[in-house]
Design a protein around this ligand. Structure first.
Ligand code: C5P
Length: 227
C-alpha cells in the first residue's frame, strides 16, 4: 500500500524546559526532529507530512530536507494546533489523495528504530484496520483516588502504547471526523469509532523524550558506541 507518515512535532516542550519548541532541541549535533525523520525516511513511504509549530514551518522543512536524501519531493509541512489531536488532524488534511495507509508518529520518539515502522506496516498489510507498537508495563500499578490506594491493577493485561501508530486511511479519516472528545493517542480515537486495533511489539528505544531526564538518556544512547 501507499504509506503516508504524519510526524507530529508541534508540541511546546514545556515539560522539557529547554526554552524552545521540543522538536528543535538538539540531542547531539542534531535536533529531536532530525533524528525522528532519519528513522522515518528509513521506511518505505509515499509521503511524509511534518506538523510543525505555527511559524516554524520553514525550520521544519530545513530539517527534513537535510535528512530526506533523494526523497525530498515526498515532504510536506503544515502548522499544528493546540492539542496533539488537532495537530494530527492538520496532518491528515495534507495527505495526498492516493495515500492508503497512515502512520502517525511522535517526533519526540526520536530514536525509534526502523523495525518498529516495519512491524506496524506489516500488520496493516496483513489485514488489520489499525496497529500500534506496545511494551509490557514494568511497574506495579495501583488505582488511586486522591492519596488513597483503591485497587491493585493487573499489569499483565496492560501495555504502554508507543508510536508510529498505523491505520487504514479511511478508518483514521472517519475516526477523526467523528471525534468528540480529546484523546492522547490515535488508537483510542479509532477504538472509540468501533474498529479493532492490533498490538505489535514496540521497542525500548521508541521512548518519548518528555523531560530533561529523557533528553539526557537520548544523549547518552547516541554517545555510546554501536554494539
Ligand atoms: O505532549 P506529548 O508529549 O504527548 O506530545 C507527543 C507528540 O505530539 C510530540 O511529538 C509533540 O510535538 C506532538 N504535539 C503536537 N501538537 C501539540 C501537542 C503535541 O504536534 N499541540
Amino acid at each position: 500500500p501507499r504509506v503516508g507518515v504524519i510526524v507530529v512535532a508541534a508540541g511546546s516542550g514545556t515539560r522539557l524546559g529547554a526554552g524552545a519548541p521540543k522538536a528543535f532541541v538538539g540531542i547531539d549535533g542534531s535536533s529531536i526532529l532530525r533524528h525522528a525523520l532519519s528513522g522515518v525516511f528509513a521506511a518505505p513511504l509515499a509521503q511524509v507530512v511534518i506538523v510543525a509549530p505555527a511559524g516554524r514551518e520553514g525550520d521544519a522543512l530545513s530539517e527534513a530536507l537535510a535528512t530526506a536524501g533523494d526523497r525530498r519531493e515526498l515532504v510536506s509541512v503544515v502548522a499544528g494546533g493546540d492539542t496533539r489531536q488537532a495537530s494530527v488532524a492538520a496532518g491528515l488534511a495534507a495527505l495526498w489523495a492516493d495515500v492508503e495507509v497512515v502512520l502517525v508518529h511522535d517526533a519526540a520518539r526520536a530514536l525509534t528504530p526502523a523495525d518498529v515502522f516495519e512491524r506496524v506496516i506489516a500488520a496493516i498489510d496483513g489485514g488489520a484496520a489499525g496497529a500500534i507498537p506496545v511494551l509490557p508495563v514494568i511497574d506495579t500499578l495501583k488505582r488511586v483516588t486522591g492519596d488513597e490506594i483503591v485497587a491493585a491493577v493487573d499489569r499483565a493485561e496492560l501495555a504502554a502504547a508507543q508510536t508510529p501508530q498505523g491505520f487504514r486511511r479511511d478508518v483514521l479519516d472517519t475516526a477523526y471526523a467523528a471525534a468528540a472528545a480529546d484523546f492522547t493517542d490515535d488508537a483510542a480515537l479509532v477504538a472509540e469509532s468501533g474498529h479493532p486495533v492490533a498490538a505489535v511489539p514496540g521497542h525500548p528505544l521508541a521512548f518519548k523524550i518528555t523531560t530533561a531526564a529523557d533528553l539526557d538518556r537520548a544523549r547518552h544512547l547516541l554517545a555510546e558506541p554501536a554494539p
